[in-house]
Design a protein around this ligand. Sequence first.
Ligand code: G3P
Ligand code: MG
Length: 243
Amino acid sequence: MRPSIIAHRGASNFAPENTLPAFQLAWEMGADAIETDLHLTKDGIPVLIHDETVNRTTNGRGYVQDFTLAELQMLDAGAKFSAAYSGTGILDLATFLQWAKPKPLKLNLELKNNKIDYPHLEEIAYEYVSAAGMLDRIIFSTFNLDSVKRLGRYREKTEIAMLASRKALDVYALAKELQVHAVHIKHTLMKPALISACHKEKIAVRVFTVNTEAMMLQAFNHHCDVITDKPGTAVRCLGTYIK
Ligand code: G3P
Ligand code: MG
C-alpha cells in the first residue's frame, strides 16, 4: 500500500493553520488527506481551531467555548500568520465538509477534548459527518483515551484512531484494547517494534509531525502514513521513494 500524505492543519507551513487557504493549498499540493482540530463553541457548533483559546492564532482573546459561532466568525485567523492572509476567518465543521465533499480527500478530524472534555463532542462531530454522507472518508482521532472508548460505538461505520505522544504509554496494548483502526504517533515513537506489531494486527500507523525529508523517508520505509505541515515536500519525496 502506498503511504498517505496527510496535511497537518492544512498546508500549515505556508498558510494560516486550520483555515480554508491552508486546506486549499494542501489540496493543490496533492495531499491525500487533511488533518484538522475540533472544539465546540458556546452554542455547541464544532469549529476548526487547534488551541482551547483563540489567543495564539487570531486577533481575539478568550476560550473558544465562550464564543458563539457568530462571534468567532468576526475574528481574524489569518493576519497573525501573515498580513497577506488578513481577513481569513475561522471555519465551522459543516462548511469544511461542504468544501471537501466534491474532492477525493480523506479528512482526519482530531477531537481536541484532551484538556476540555466537551460533552457529546463525539456524537456531535459524528452527526455532522453522517449528515454530509462522508463517514467513509473520515478518521476520528483524539489523545483522550476515554473519548477513544466512546468513539468505539462508531467503529463499524467510520475510522477511529488513538493519538499518542508520550513514551510511557503502551501504544500497542492500548490500540488492541480499544480496538482502534489506527494509531497516530509522535515521530519520537516511530520504532520498528511498535510499527510491525501494529501492522501485524492490521492497525495503520501514522506519524506526526513529519516535516523533514529524512523523517519522511524513515516513515515510508516503515510503511507509515505521514502527517505533515509540508504536504508538497512529502508528495515529491514519496514520488522519488517509489521510483
Ligand atoms: O493529529 C496529529 C497532531 O495534530 C496531533 O497534535 O497538537 O498538532 O494537534 P496537534
Ligand atoms: Mg491536530
